[in-house]
Design a protein around this ligand. Structure first.
Ligand code: F6P
Length: 323
């Protein structure tokens, strides 16, 4: 191993810069040359690569986003696109690639590794939907951002005895909603994994007021069938019967833009350092993730073949705690 490249792909996540920094500095420490690919797979296809030295990754540990930039790249889903990417890697005599990203990015990493190119993934997505890592890089920061918003909304909800709907990101996964809902003391949590009937939601809110609550807070995942807009619309349409007006806050991309938490800085550093260590040992075709507080390598074939599940115990617990 002499030359490696690193890229960030898909939705950015707080802590990606930490991981880039650790790949570069641990790679240099091994005597390798390290290159950064700009704009994820788009840059790999377009041959957009820069050499990275230790100083190039200085002062970024506390910055959200990714200094390498990121993108979504439909062309990489085609064989033609991947062949172009391989050509770039071969032209620059790059021996291995580190891919920092979530589900789509690791599916791309898997496809490259199926073409016999050495790739290692670093689990990074705020959605926390990536099999092979209990917590992906960026999740902790995103959760804390959602939580701060929920705490603030609860204050104003209580002052006016209002019902609030807060929509969090997560694509098709309810993890962010479930965890921020539990940590924020939500009355109801709505996730895509469990079908939710708006009449039941209305009943839960009525019940919360009957039990003497001064606010009603619903945390809903963006991927749920009844997302914030649909629910609000339902409550508006049936206002006469249900008697609730909903205030809606969609947190959206604010959850992606945060300063990485201490947890994410340490996680990103550990995941990336383990990636270069394993590359040095000749390992590849794997994803670095956190399992039971250990950095664990899972074959990319396993990562792409499995769907991460929400913890049913926590779903039940959330209901008990909302009483
Ligand atoms: O995968 C991360 C994520 O933020 C999802 O939670 C969200 O659905 C999606 O990306 C938004 O993608 P984009 O930034 O491309 O609009």
């Amino acid at each position: 191993m002499k030359r490696i490249a690193v890229l960030t792909s898909g939705g950015d996540a707080p802590g990606m810069n930490v991981a880039i920094r650790a790949v570069v500095r641990t790679g240099l420490d091994k005597g390798w040359d390290v290159f950064g690919v700009r704009y994820g797979y788009v840059g790999l296809i377009a041959d957009n690569m820069v050499p990275l030295g230790a100083r190039d990754v200085g002062g970024i540990i506390h910055q959200g986003g990714t200094v390498l930039q990121s993108s979504r790249c439909p062309e990489f889903m085609t064989e033609e696109g991947r062949l172009k990417a391989l050509r770039t890697l071969n032209q620059h005599e790059i021996d291995a690639l580190v891919v920092i990203g979530g589900n789509g990015s690791q599916a791309g990493a898997h496809a490259l590794s199926q073409m016999d190119y050495p790739v290692i993934g670093v689990a990074s997505t705020i959605d926390n939907d990536l099999y092979g890592s209990e917590i992906s890089l960026g999740v902790d920061t995103a959760l804390n951002i959602a939580l701060e918003a929920i705490d603030r909304l609860k204050v104003t909800a209580s002052s006016h005895e209002r019902a609030f709907l807060v929509e969090v990101m997560g694509r098709d996964c309810g993890y962010l909603a479930l965890m921020s809902g539990i940590a924020g003391g939500a009355e109801t949590i709505i996730v895509p994994e469990i079908e939710t009937d708006p009449e039941t939601v209305a009943e839960q809110l009525r019940d919360a007021y009957r039990r003497g609550k001064t606010h009603a807070l619903i945390v809903v995942a963006e991927g749920a069938h009844y997302n914030a807009n649909r629910l609000a619309h339902f409550f508006e349409e049936h206002f006469g019967r249900l008697g609730f007006e909903m205030r809606v806050t969609v947190l959206g991309h604010t959850q992606r833009g945060g300063i990485p938490s201490a947890f994410d800085r340490l996680l990103g550093t550990r995941l990336a350092a383990a990636a270069t260590d394993l590359l040095a040992q000749g390992e590849h075709g794997i994803l670095m993730g956190l399992v039971k507080d250990e950095i664990v390598a899972t074959p990319l074939t396993e990562v792409v073949a499995n769907k991460k599940q929400l913890d049913p115990y926590l779903m039940k617990l959330a209901k008990v705690l909302a009483k």
